[in-house]
Design a binder for this molecule. Structure first.
Ligand code: PLP
Length: 451
C-alpha cells in the first residue's frame, strides 16, 4: 500500500516507529506515545494528521523565516530542476545559482565578509570553519595555533566537529569529541549570575576568554566561536557588557572570531545578522536555516577577505561537500532573500517585536511561574521558577516543569520548545500582530494549566 496523508494517524505512527529513527528523540518513548504527524503548513500555521491547526512558535527549527508554503519558492525550485538540477562547484567549475547567491550574501553581510564557502547545513559549515581557521594559521606559519575556544551550553550542530564545538555534554558523551576544543562558561545570568548584576556578570564571563587564552598560551589559540544569542541552549540573551568585552579580547590577542549566525542570521534579531545587533565584528560567520527559510537544506561560512585570500593563495583547500552550492538549494535561497528584501521582512521584525511583542512577552512575568522574560527581535525565552526572588530551580527537577509546559502548549495547538525549565519562541518572521495575540493567549493558557 502507498503511504499517504489520508492514512489513519495510528497506522502512520506505527510505521514511523517501526522504520524511522528520529534525531534527538528517545525511540522507545516515541514508539509508545506516537509522533504528532504534520501534514501541511501555510504562513505560521501547521496542520496535523488529525486536522488540528497549530501555531508554530518555533518556525520549524528556527528556520522558516518567511513562513510556510510560498509558491514563488516552489516555482523557482521546479524551474531550476529543469534547467540544471545538479552540478558541482569542485575542480574549477561553477554555476549561476551559486555565483548569484554568494554575491548576494556578500552584499548583505557586514564589513569585509565577502566570500562564501557553501555547505548543506549549519553543522557542516562549522566543520568547514574548524578546517578554515586551522589551515589559515598553518599557512601563516603558526601551525601550533589549533585550539578553538567555545562555550558550555553553546550549540554548533551535531556532526563530530559541530558537536565538539558545542558545549553540550549529552552530545559529547554520544561518541566522544574532537581534540583541541575547549569550553568556557556561558553568559547565563538567570541561572548562574548569583548576586552579581547582569552587567558585572557578563563582563566576568567574557573575561574567562582572556583567562583561557593566557592559561593555554596565545600561540596555541586559533579562534573563538559563539552564537550571538545561544539558541538551542535556551535563548540566553547575554548581558550588554558581554560581546564588547569578547570583541576587545579577540582584538587584543589577534585570535579569529567566528559568529555562529545559524539562528541569528537573516533577520531573527531585527537586523540581517545578530552580529550587527550585538556589535560583533567576526572574521567568519556560520549561516544556514533562514538562508533558505528551511525550504532547502543549505548552509555556509561567510569568510573575510584576509582569510579567503590567504587560503586561496596556498594551493588546494582540501575540503568540500557534494552539495556545496547545490544549484536548486542556491536558487531557492536566492529567491528567499529576494522576497525578504522586497517585503521588508527585517523591518517587519523590528516593527512587531518592539514594542508589540516585547510588551506582551514582558507581561508574562506576571504569571506566578515565570521569572525572567527576555526577547531580542523575534527570539525569546521565559524562565520558569518556583521562586522569582531567589531565581530558584524546581526541587529535583530535570526540566520536568518545562517539559510539562511544552506538552500543554502542544495540546493547546501552540509549538513552543522547552530547554530544561526555559520556554522559548522563535516564530516565523512574518508573524502578524493578530497571530502574536494567539501565540501569547495560548502560552498563558498553557502556563495556567501547569500550576
Ligand atoms: N549552529 C547553530 C547556532 C544552530 O542553532 C544549529 C542548529 O540548530 C546548528 C549550528 C546546526 O545546524 P544544522 O542542524 O543545519 O546542522
Amino acid at each position: 500500500t502507498t503511504i499517504t496523508n489520508h492514512m489513519p494517524t495510528a497506522e502512520l505512527q506505527a510505521l514511523d516507529a517501526a522504520h524511522h529513527m528520529h534525531p534527538f528523540t528517545a525511540g522507545a518513548e516515541l514508539a509508545a506515545k506516537g509522533a504528532r504527524i504534520i501534514t501541511r503548513a501555510k504562513g505560521v500555521w501547521l496542520t496535523d494528521s488529525e486536522g488540528n491547526r497549530i501555531i508554530d512558535g518555533m518556525a520549524g527549527l528556527w528556520c522558516v523565516n518567511i513562513g510556510y508554503g510560498r509558491k514563488e519558492l516552489a516555482d523557482v525550485a521546479a524551474r531550476q530542476i529543469e534547467e540544471l538540477s545538479y552540478y558541482n562547484t569542485f575542480f574549477q567549475t561553477s554555476h549561476v545559482p551559486a555565483i548569484a547567491l554568494a554575491a548576494k550574501i556578500a552584499e548583505l553581510a557586514p564589513g569585509d565578509l565577502n566570500h562564501v564557502f557553501f555547505a548543506g547545513s549549519g553543522s557542516e559549515a562549522n566543520d568547514t570553519n574548524i578546517r578554515l581557521v586551522r589551515r589559515y594559521w598553518e599557512i601563516k606559519g603558526q601551525p601550533e595555533k589549533r585550539v578553538i575556544i567555545a562555550r558550555k551550553n553553546g550549540y554548533h550542530g551535531s556532526t563530530l566537529g559541530g558537536g565538539s564545538l558545542g558545549g553540550m555534554s549529552g552530545i559529547h558523551k554520544n561518541g566522544g569529541m574532537l581534540a583541541g576544543i575547549v569550553h568556557i562558561d556561558e553568559p547565563n545570568w538567570w541561572d548562574q549570575g548569583g548576586d552579581a548584576t547582569p552587567e558585572a556578570f557578563g563582563l566576568a564571563r567574557a573575561q574567562q576568554l582572556e583567562q583561557k587564552i593566557l592559561e593555554m598560551g596565545v600561540e596555541n589559540i586559533a579562534a573563538f566561536i559563539g552564537e550571538p544569542v545561544q539558541g538551542a541552549g535556551g535563548v540566553i540573551i547575554p548581558p550588554s557588557t558581554y560581546w564588547p568585552e569578547i570583541q576587545r579580547i579577540c582584538d587584543k590577542y589577534g585570535i579569529l572570531l567566528i559568529a555562529d549566525e545559524v539562528i541569528t542570521g537573516f533577520g531573527r534579531t531585527g537586523n540581517w545578522f545578530g552580529s550587527e545587533t550585538f556589535g560583533i565584528r567576526p572574521h567568519i560567520m556560520t549561516i544556514a536555516k533562514g538562508l533558505s527559510s528551511g525550504y532547502m537544506p543549505i548552509g555556509g561560512s561567510i569568510v573575510c577577505d584576509e582569510i579567503a585570500n590567504v587560503i586561496g593563495g596556498a594551493g588546494d583547500f582540501n575540503h568540500g561537500y557534494t552539495y556545496s552550492g547545490h544549484p536548486v538549494a542556491a536558487a531557492v535561497a536566492l529567491e528567499n532573500l529576494r522576497i525578504m528584501q522586497e517585503e521588508k521582512v527585517v523591518e517587519h521584525v523590528r516593527d512587531v517585536a518592539n514594542p508589540y511583542l516585547a510588551k506582551k512577552w514582558a507581561a508574562l512575568t506576571d504569571h506566578p511561574l515565570v521569572g525572567e522574560a527576555k526577547l531580542v527581535g523575534l527570539m525569546g525565552s521565559i524562565a520558569l521558577t518556583p521562586n522569582k526572588a531567589t531565581r530558584a530551580r524546581f526541587a529535583g527537577d530535570q526540566g520536568r516543569v518545562g517539559y510539562a509546559c511544552r506538552e500543554r502548549c502542544f495540546a493547546n495547538n501552540l509549538v513552543m520548545r522547552h530547554v530544561g525549565d526555559r520556554m522559548i519562541i522563535a516564530p516565523p518572521l512574518v508573524i502578524t500582530p493578530d497571530e502574536i495575540d494567539v501565540l501569547i493567549e495560548r502560552a498563558w493558557k498553557s502556563l495556567d494549566e501547569c500550576l
